[in-house]
Design a protein around this ligand. Structure first.
Ligand code: FMN
Length: 182
């Protein structure tokens, strides 16, 4: 099984990128876990969305296509998801209703420095994924609020309760992807 991890944050010390790394550790040997850096993707441009696409866009689409599932860890920016993440989804979403995202089992995680943990970004992201026909793992939102207290300086998830919650969520997600791709 192959899982593709996408962080909605481009910064080096991103809690969401750290969270994705913790998800990779939780998955362990149950699946291959690769990541894609959406910072390489240009702004969506309809004139460039022809037969031949910008190289980074083609890589994104290929990586999504070859993955059995996608794990997205996103910050919340101004009550929604970051524009870079929406931009990457827009590129990957074509052709409409028949893109590499169609039927791709997706898991949403979010980390935020605020006490709300990125909940509003998740609501918007779920809606967008419905629009591209990507099923989202059903369960209570996986939120990591006050993320600055849950990771150490090296970016390791140190909060035990969050670790346990993440392990349970990743086990259930991998089981779901396995059932869908069987
Ligand atoms: C432009 C911008 C807008 C933000 N808006 C929100 C917000 O609406 N809600 C929230 O919980 N955090 C908000 N934050 C704070 C982020 O949760 C915090 O910076 C977080 O660490 C970003 O994720 P990262 O560590 O993965 O980069 C905002 C941050 C930025 C840069």
């Amino acid at each position: 099984m192959k899982i593709l991890g996408i962080s909605g944050s481009l910064r080096k010390d991103s809690y969401n990128t750290y969270l994705l790394e913790a998800a990779r550790e939780a998955i362990g040997d149950s699946a291959l876990f690769g990541t894609f850096d959406i910072g390489t993707v240009p702004h969506y441009h309809g004139d460039q969305d022809g037969e031949e696409k910008p190289t980074a866009v083609q890589h994104l689409k290929d990586d999504i296509e070859s993955a059995d599932g996608i794990v997205i860890a996103t910050p919340e920016y101004n009550y929604s998801l970051p524009g870079v993440l929406k931009n990457a989804i827009d590129w990957a979403s074509r052709p409409a209703f028949n893109s590499v995202l169609k039927d791709k089992p997706t898991l949403i995680l979010s980390a935020s420095m605020s006490p709300t943990g990125g909940a509003r970004a998740q609501v918007h992201l779920r809606d967008i994924l419905a629009g591209v026909l990507a099923p989202v793992f059903a369960g209570p939102d996986f939120l990591v609020p006050t993320a600055q207290d849950k990771f150490d300086e090296a970016g390791k998830l140190t909060d035990e309760a969050t670790q346990k919650r993440l392990q349970k969520r990743m086990d259930a997600y991998i089981e779901w992807v396995g059932k869908l791709s069987a």
